[in-house]
Ligand binder design. Structure first.
Ligand SMILES: [Zn+2]
Length: 91
């Protein structure tokens, strides 16, 4: 699913001129169309507000993760996504 506009329910609370729409005498601040941040929000500030506003729903949707661990003689190779063994390790 992708969003067409910023999902921060308070996006239009920001006083920026690019949010102003409507004809003279009838102008309003609107939600921005941009979703550059994770396809969710127009700015990092709006993304933060989104997490804060939907925190409980996110916590209900994603079960708690137990503490994770890895052997001390390993490292995570971020580009391949592999857990690799350290060479010359003493353990
Ligand atoms: Zn926004």
């Amino acid at each position: 699913m992708s969003y067409n506009n910023c999902q921060n329910p308070k996006c239009h609370y920001n006083d920026t001129t690019d949010r102003i729409r409507g004809s003279k005498g009838n102008k309003v601040y609107t939600t921005r169309k941009g979703t550059h941040y994770f396809g969710i929000a127009c700015t990092l500030g709006c993304l933060n507000e989104f997490w804060e506003h939907h925190k409980e729903q996110i916590q209900r949707a994603i079960p708690p993760m137990p503490i994770q661990s890895r052997p001390i003689d390993t490292y995570y190779h971020w580009s391949s996504g592999e857990l690799r063994k350290l060479e010359n390790s003493q353990s």
